[in-house]
Design a protein around this ligand. Sequence first.
Ligand SMILES: [Zn+2]
Ligand SMILES: [Zn+2]
Length: 200
Amino acid sequence: MTTHGCKVCRVLDDRGLGHLEAELVDRWHGEADDTDGRMGYRRLADWLNARMLRAEMETVGMATRGEEAVSRYERLTADDAAVAAEVRDLLVDGGVRVDSLLDDFVSYSVVRTHLTDCLAEHRETTTTTTDWPDSRIAQLESYAASEASDVIRRLVAAEDVIAGDDPEVVATVELRCPACETTVPFDEVPRGEPFCDCNE
Ligand SMILES: [Zn+2]
Ligand SMILES: [Zn+2]
């Protein structure tokens, strides 16, 4: 890793959004005011990306009342290319640098790396030693992904696996109910309530 840490570190720094760090951690731990419970890495990535878009819209003077930025973000990243193109044009007309924004959008695995590796390093240098079970699982996922990534990189180099120069490797711990086979990624398992109908 560079002195810049991960992509989340760089993007927050470049965009002057360092103040979002604390809120990101609060949301991860389910301590933000406006959410019900903990947010998984996918939702955290979407939240962060939408905040980046909102900051950019504010900079160019576009309206960001209510959930405007969130709904623009959802349409900008929609699977429907026509919908995405329409929002994109609208943002470009408003002066938003959409290409650089899309480059800076973060994936869920980067958010996980940031929260587990970058902030864990930071925690060690402060004196807080709280060891959340969540961080433990996340560290294991991160470790498995990085080990698997070495293996896959070799397969890619040998052109045994054709997946571009640097495919992203994702390892997710999931909980499965043996009865109904409901399967939920660990970081999205609800707390204090059953995660499938059989356990109610
Ligand atoms: Zn980071
Ligand atoms: Zn079940």
